[in-house]
Design a protein around this ligand. Structure first.
Ligand code: KE4
Length: 430
């Protein structure tokens, strides 16, 4: 596969951009080799600067659920362009967008638009702290909520001590207020709550985890969190930046039937444009400036071009809920084919999947949290990633990411992925 132009671009990029990329996971550090520089995309395909073509299972980390170059979304953006790119003043589309999100996500009664998932989660915990007057939060190991200081925290020693910074630059003072528990471990949460009585403002969780690979909540886990939060007056925040409008027209909450007090959103709601949002119960959201004292702001929040793209994709998903059954069926077909190929090779790697999200873990243990996800053979994963890339299938360059199916993945393309997978697994297990 020719990669001359990508390699040249990567060398130049590293002179001007840290690591040559604007987001670390794109640098292929976990899989080796140089990243490919993408020139354009259409439907289920990415095309790189050396004109290599790939069937892609990243969907830009979630947003492109309708595939690349969706005519409706692009038309709405083109039409909006002639009215100027940004006003920095309230606009009709922001009201329409807020109303649509409130109508689509039952637990959201009010919503504030921001520009990324990170902004959404940072803001949500500030509001939860302002609303409760408490300072500590609980997050789960392996869940990622963006790069806000409060979230870049590893588990402290023992399950009941404070967190430790997971990155230089995160002050211990911030880490002291972030407690961590293993995903799916409700007993650990109860212990933390007992040890920090009336000090915990919020529990933030990915209702279906995608950032340690796809990990599903065990039956009773989310319900257990809901119960604890009700009993202890803790704000339950579902970080649905990834699952929002991915697992159903009302996200994981709609698919799994557990409601949050606050919800953070991103990715799909921008249709590919930079958009995030946080929302929840009216009594909580009324705390947000200028309605209330909790400050949060943003120059490009509710940007009219981004709202045009977001309105178009959300309206489409809201009016075509059958899409989710179609995506689930297609994902089931693909996962079945991948599993069958593995079985014929005597391999029993673990698959986790729900709706149009899935991950194959290079371990045969069941993966229910970050510790079990980390039992995966990362060297094997890297070999697999490169083998698939060489066969024209572009996957997430990390074992600890979920893959996504878009509506552009037809049965024919799924068969091509299964074939590439079969050949790749033979190659790396010889
Ligand atoms: P952004 O700030 O990247 O828009 O969103 C942060 C975020 C928050 N919450 C969840 C559940 C998320 O998955 C994310 C971002 N997801 C990663 C992919 N695992 C984005 C890819 C990247 O970091 O480049």
């Amino acid at each position: 596969m020719k990669t001359v132009k990508s390699s040249e671009l990567f060398s130049k990029a590293k002179e001007y951009i840290p690591g040559g990329v604007n987001s670390p996971v794109r640098a292929f550090r976990a899989v080796g080799g140089n990243p490919l520089f993408i020139k354009r995309a259409k439907g289920a395909y990415l095309f790189d600067e050396d004109d290599n073509q790939f069937i892609e299972l990243i969907n830009s980390w979630g947003p492109m659920i309708l595939g690349h170059g969706n005519e409706l979304i692009e038309k709405s953006v083109r039409e909006a362009l002639s009215d100027s790119l940004s006003f920095g003043a309230p606009s009709r589309k922001e009201v329409e967008m807020a109303e649509l999100i409130v109508n689509m996500v039952p637990s959201v009664e009010m919503v504030r638009m921001v520009n990324s998932g990170t902004e959404a989660t940072m803001s949500a915990i500030r509001v939860a702290r302002g609303y409760t007057g408490r300072e500590k939060i609980i997050k789960f190991e392996g869940c990622y909520h963006g790069h806000g200081d409060s979230f870049l925290i590893a588990a402290g020693s023992g399950a009941v001590t404070m967190g430790v910074p997971d990155s230089p630059g995160v002050p211990q003072g911030v880490a002291n207020d972030t407690l961590t528990a293993p995903y799916n471990n409700i007993e650990a949460v109860k212990l933390l709550v007992e040890k920090n009585k009336n000090k915990i403002a919020a529990i933030i969780v990915e209702p279906v985890a995608g950032n340690m690979g796809c990990v599903l909540p065990k039956p009773g886990f989310l319900e257990g969190l809901r119960k604890i939060c009700d009993e202890e007056n803790i704000v339950l925040i579902f970080d649905e930046v990834m699952t929002g409008f991915r697992l159903s027209a009302s996200g994981a909450q709609g698919a799994l039937g557990v409601q949050a007090d606050m919800t953070t959103l991103g990715k799909i709601i921008g249709g590919g444009m930079p958009v995030g949002a946080y929302g929840g119960k009216k009594e909580i959201m009324q705390k947000v400036s200028p309605a209330g004292p909790v400050y949060q702001a943003g120059t490009l929040s509710g940007n009219p071009i981004a709202m045009s793209a977001g309105l178009t994709i959300l309206k489409y998903l809201n009016e075509h809920p059958d899409i989710y059954n179609q995506l689930s069926k297609q994902t089931d077909y693909l996962v079945k084919g991948l599993k069958k190929a593995n079985n014929l090779l005597g391999l029993d790697y673990t698959f986790n999947h729900i709706g149009s999200m899935f991950t194959m873990f290079f371990t045969n243990t069941s993966v229910v949290d970050f510790e079990t996800a980390k039992q995966s053979d990362l060297k094997k994963f890297a070999e697999y990633f490169q083998a698939m890339l060489s066969r024209g299938v572009y996957m997430a360059p990390s074992q600890f990411e979920s893959l996504f199916i878009s509506t552009a993945i037809s049965t024919e393309l799924a068969d091509q992925i299964i074939l590439a997978h079969t050949e790749s697994m033979k190659q790396i297990h010889n």
